[in-house]
Design a protein around this ligand. Structure first.
Ligand code: SAH
Length: 213
């Protein structure tokens, strides 16, 4: 581990300046060692506020984006969460600290296996992850109180809307290319009505149909 405390404090201060005010989210960022989720060659940069490459041409998201999307979900320990795009598993581990259980789907088996080793190393036990196509969600485990997507689809996948519980929240990047992507937050009220907010412009890797070879 390269759990550099000075760099970590600097990162937390930067996130606060950028508008992350939820103290549970900030303390999750403080407690989850990002260096464990970053490939060895980039480990000394783990606490910089930047996205970094992981295997299979994917990226571990920027800490600010992880914190921002987590904050949008307004989590607490009663919530059952679905995440699409496990990737490195860093966002999954943050969600796991703040919710009851996280179900996470990744289309690359090698990424999933590396992420699961990190969960084991950190003794995180409330994550269930599998290889699959996130466009289909996880019908056997639905409904979910919260859904977080970490790859950009062109449109909101209907299966995910269908698997959202009443009083539920989805946060996801949507948009055709990197110049037009935005984070959306979709809320379903007690009566089942949906409302949508278009928030931050972002640049995520694309959400791709089907499981990777
Ligand atoms: N939260 C991750 C982000 C990884 S990048 C992290 O911070 O490390 C987005 C991930 O979504 C990639 O690993 C990519 O393989 C995955 N992905 C893309 N399309 C998908 C799909 N249809 N189903 C499941 N995972 C998908």
């Amino acid at each position: 581990m390269n759990d550099n405390p000075a760099q970590k404090i600097r990162l937390i201060m930067e996130l606060r300046r950028q508008g992350i005010s939820n103290t549970d989210v900030l303390s999750a960022v403080e407690r989850v060692p990002r260096d464990v989720f970053v490939p060895p060659t980039f480990r000394d940069r783990a606490y910089e506020n930047i996205a970094l490459p992981i295997a299979s041409g994917q990226t571990i998201s920027q800490p600010y984006i992880v914190a921002y999307m987590t904050q949008l979900l307004n989590l607490d320990k009663r919530r059952k969460v679905l995440e699409i795009g496990t990737g490195s598993g860093y966002q999954t581990a943050i969600l796991a600290r703040l919710s009851r259980r996280v179900y996470s789907i990744e289309r690359y088996r090698n990424l999933l296996e590396t992420a699961e080793k990190a969960f084991e190393e950190l003794k995180i036990t409330n994550i269930t992850a599998r290889v699959g196509d996130g466009y289909k969600g996880w019908p056997e485990q639905a409904p979910f109180d919260r859904i977080l997507v970490t790859a950009a689809a062109e449109e909101v996948p209907q299966a995910l809307i269908d698997q959202l519980a009443p009083d539920g929240i989805i946060a996801l990047p949507v948009g055709r290319d990197s110049t037009s992507q935005h984070i959306l937050r979709i809320t379903r009220d007690e009566a089942g009505n949906l409302s949508e907010e278009v928030l931050l412009p972002v640049r995520f890797v694309p959400m791709v149909q089907g499981v990777a070879e």
